[in-house]
Design a protein around this ligand. Structure first.
Ligand SMILES: [Zn+2]
Length: 266
C-alpha cells in the first residue's frame, strides 16, 4: 500500500464497513474496481490539507469532500469578496466578507456532513507551514502566488507528504505532483520569480472555468494518491491551453543539486 491513508493522522478510523447510507451515496465510485469498499474506507480515513480556498481550492475541495475524504484542513487568510465569485464557486453571495476558510467549511459540510473540516484563517508562511501541513496524507496547493507554491513544495518534501500543485493564468493552466523524493516544483522552475515579473490573475485575468478544470484535475490526482491507484503526475507537468484546447504533458527530471528534493532520493 502506498503512503496515503495508511500514514493517516491517528484519528478514529471508524467502523470497518460502510453503512447503508454511505453505500448508496458512493455507489458510483464503489463499483469502480480501483475504489471499492476498501478504497472508500481509505478515503474516509484520509486527511488532505488544502492551501488556498479560492479558484483552484474551490473545485478541489468540493470534489474531495463529495468523494468522502474524511478530513479536510482549509487554509486561507483571505475574506470572500464580490470579485471572487466568478471563479470561486465554493463561496456565495451570503458569504461576502466572511473568511474563505470558514465559508468553505460551511459549504462543504452542507455537501457532505461526514467530512470533518478544519478551517484555518491563516496565511501559510515559513514559520507555520511545517506545523500546519504535518499529519496530512496529501497537500493540495491552490494558492495564487509563487512564494506559497515553493513553500508548499519544500515543506511537503521535508514532511514526506505528496503535494498536488496547480496554477492558472489567463488561458493557461498546469498541474504537477510532487512526490516524496522528487523531482519537484523547484526542479522545474528553479527559484520564485521576482515579485511583479510574472502577472497575477488580478492583472492578467482568468476565466473561472479554466480554474475549474485545473482544480478538478488536482482533486483527481489527490484521489489517485490517497487510493494508491494509477500513475500520479509526478516528474511530469500537465499543461492546458484553453484557447487552442490543447493539452500537453512535459516530463522533467530532478535538477542536479536541487536544494529541496536533492537530498531525499529514495
Ligand atoms: Zn527538486
Amino acid at each position: 500500500m502506498r503512503a496515503g491513508a495508511d500514514r493517516a493522522s491517528g484519528a478514529d478510523p471508524g467502523p470497518a464497513r460502510l453503512d447503508p447510507a454511505a453505500v448508496e451515496r458512493y455507489s458510483r465510485q464503489l463499483v469502480l474496481r480501483e475504489v471499492g469498499e476498501r478504497g472508500q474506507l481509505r478515503l474516509r480515513a484520509a486527511s488532505v490539507a488544502i492551501v488556498g480556498c479560492g479558484a483552484l481550492g474551490s473545485p478541489a475541495a468540493l470534489y474531495l469532500a463529495a468523494a468522502g475524504v474524511g478530513r479536510l484542513t482549509l487554509i486561507d487568510d483571505d475574506a470572500v469578496s464580490l470579485d471572487n465569485l466568478p471563479r470561486q464557486p465554493l463561496h456565495d453571495e451570503g458569504a461576502l466578507g466572511a473568511g474563505k476558510a470558514q465559508s468553505a467549511a460551511r459549504r462543504l459540510s452542507l455537501l457532505n456532513g461526514a467530512v470533518q473540516c478544519r478551517a484555518l484563517r491563516r496565511r501559510l508562511v515559513p514559520d507555520n507551514a511545517g506545523a500546519l501541513l504535518a499529519g496530512h496524507d496529501c497537500i493540495v496547493d491552490g494558492s495564487d502566488n509563487f512564494p506559497t507554491k515553493f513553500l508548499v513544495n519544500d515543506v511537503a518534501l521535508a514532511l514526506g507528504v505528496p503535494a498536488v500543485i496547480g496554477g492558472v493564468l489567463a488561458f493557461r493552466g498546469q498541474v504537477l505532483v510532487v512526490a516524496p523524493g522528487g523531482p519537484c516544483y523547484r526542479c522545474l522552475f528553479g527559484e520564485p520569480p521576482p515579485v511583479g515579473r510574472v502577472g497575477s490573475c488580478r492583472t492578467a485575468g482568468v476565466l473561472g472555468a479554466l480554474a475549474g478544470i485545473i482544480g478538478s484535475l488536482q482533486a483527481m490526482e489527490a484521489l489517485k494518491l490517497l487510493l494508491g491507484i494509477g500513475r500520479p503526475l509526478a516528474g511530469r507537468v500537465q499543461e492546458y491551453e484553453a484557447l487552442s484546447g490543447r493539452w500537453r504533458q512535459v516530463p522533467f527530471p530532478r535538477a542536479a543539486g536541487c536544494p529541496a528534493c536533492g537530498g531525499h532520493s529514495r
